[in-house]
Design a protein around this ligand. Structure first.
Ligand SMILES: NC(=O)c1ccc[n+]([C@@H]2O[C@H](COP(=O)([O-])OP(=O)(O)OC[C@H]3O[C@@H](n4cnc5c(N)ncnc54)[C@H](O)[C@@H]3O)[C@@H](O)[C@H]2O)c1
Length: 437
């Protein structure tokens, strides 16, 4: 078995510096780490983690290690790995399988390696690891499964039997897991970390809002002020992107399919239109729907010369790369972060980060302070699974409310912010029904 599979172990000292920075920003997670160091709540646990290999993930993984777990880590996207961080983690005891620029085959092989130690817990971002493990266990065929089998052999059933629980980081992963549960095929309980308030209200809108624009700016250095920015999907992520693009002086159009979200966008002062109309005037298009082929041929055909396309959704399926390639007469790599598609009529359309998560491929992902919330939840949810493994039902579960609130409370503490408490009278009042005007 490979001990690790990374770009270059000599990057480790560079990676350690990045981890040092992130540790300084992730104060809640570092507090949890201190407790984990003493109590070792994850002793004897083997965690297979499929997460973007960033400095923030590094801080989480080191915390799990300090808690007594053994961690095998693979990336949840072929292009998002920070190779220096991967090298530092290997040096510090994590088995890391992944580097930036994996082929599809290598991506699934990395998942295979991450599973090789027979996990007791899985930690996923987008559900590729869990989905592959289930396909293996149910003997469902596919090229992804073949690649994983190449590493694991046919051991799917044996591996899945040993898993007591898992966590899922993002909306797309939760959607996939709920589909698996609905079919009656989910084999172990999984906590939807994404759906916790202290994740969803901050990571998705605030983290992606800032980092997606950061990615677009790093890739293009484009001026947002005065531009027509079209945000497709006004959910947790899209609403954050729309707000921040407006903050930079852009005119923002929102495209939605859900009447409530569309109405919300209208009431928040955004222009709301169809993609078909917005395609004609948009300068920058950003998808955040978690859906497939949202921007496609009929839209590319209407776009202006110089239109920029970026995706912030989990998978690289939101912008139809296939149709873009079909319609273009020429494809030029302008830089590692930007590809030019020249249409047959001479118009230029620019795709950023190969249509993959623009904030992770073209920038560094969310700021560490935001990931402090999401990854503190992850650490506490893993501890919760270990403590309650006998009692958990085989379903997609909510994050326990105490954990959700505790993470928000700890975050406020680290920011030196004190909030009010209910008086005894107020507590009583809120539980009574007799008192009126
Ligand atoms: N880039 C990141 O770092 C990051 C962070 C968090 C989540 N995500 C991903 O971003 C995506 C969106 O997550 P979310 O939490 O905002 O989900 P969400 O469910 O809150 O929002 C998605 C929105 O897209 C809309 N939508 C779906 N299909 C559409 C279509 N064809 N046209 C227009 N609108 C459409 C839905 O109505 C919904 O309002 C997911 O794939 C999620 O995993 C990425």
């Amino acid at each position: 078995m490979r001990e690790f599979w990374i770009k270059d172990p000599s990057y480790a000292s560079e990676g350690r510096k990045k981890l040092d920075w992130a540790e300084g920003q992730m104060k809640v997670l570092m507090k949890i780490r201190e407790r984990f160091q003493k109590d070792k709540p994850l002793k004897n646990q083997r965690i297979s983690a499929c997460l973007h290999i960033t400095k923030e993930t590094g801080v989480l993984v080191k915390t799990l290690l300090e808690g007594g777990a053994q961690v095998n880590l693979c990336p949840s996207n072929p292009l998002s790995t920070q190779d220096e961080v991967a090298a530092a983690l290997v040096k510090e005891g994590v088995k890391v399988y992944g580097f930036r620029g994996l082929t599809s085959k290598e991506y699934y092989e990395c998942i295979g390696y991450a599973l090789l130690h027979g996990p007791t817990i899985t930690m996923d971002d987008g559900a590729d690891l869990v989905s592959t493990l289930h396909k293996l266990a149910y003997d469902i065929r596919g090229v992804d499964v073949d690649y994983v089998k190449g590493v694991l052999g046919g051991a799917g059933e044996d591996i899945i039997k040993g898993v007591v629980g898992g966590t899922e980081e993002t909306t797309t992963g939760v959607v996939r897991l709920r589909a698996l549960e609905k079919k009656g095929m989910l084999r172990y309980p999984i906590i939807a970390v994404n759906d916790a308030k202290s994740k969803n209200l901050f990571d998705n809108p605030v983290g992606t809002g800032q980092s997606a624009l950061d990615g677009i700016m790093r890739a293009t250095n484009v001026l947002f002020a005065g531009k027509d920015v079209v945000v497709v999907g006004f959910g947790q992520v899209g609403s954050g992107i729309a707000e921040r693009a407006r903050g930079l002086g852009a005119r923002v159009t929102v495209v939605e399919v859900d009447p409530i979200k569309a109405l919300k966008a209208v009431m928040y002062g955004f222009n709301v239109s169809t993609l078909s109309r917005a395609a004609e005037y948009g300068d920058i298009f950003i998808t955040a729907t978690g859906n497939i082929n949202v921007i496609r041929g009929e839209h590319f055909e209407k776009m202006k010369d110089g239109a920029i396309l970026a995706n912030a959704g989990h998978m690289d399926v939101e912008i139809s790369k296939r149709e873009l390639e079909m319609l273009a007469k020429e494809k030029v790599e302008v830089s590692k972060l930007m590809t030019l598609f020249r249409m047959t009529d001479g118009r230029r359309i620019y795709l950023l980060g190969d249509g993959r998560l623009v904030n992770l491929v073209c920038a560094e992902g969310h700021p560490s302070e935001v990931m402090d919330l999401s990854f503190s939840l992850q650490a506490l949810c893993v501890e919760f699974i270990v403590k309650n493994k006998e009692k958990l039902e085989r379903r997609v579960m909510e994050v326990p409310e105490e954990i959700d609130k505790e993470v928000a409370r700890l975050k406020l503490d680290t920011m030196n912010i004190t909030i009010d408490e209910l008086t005894e009278e107020q507590k009583r009042y809120l539980t009574e029904w007799q008192v009126g005007t």
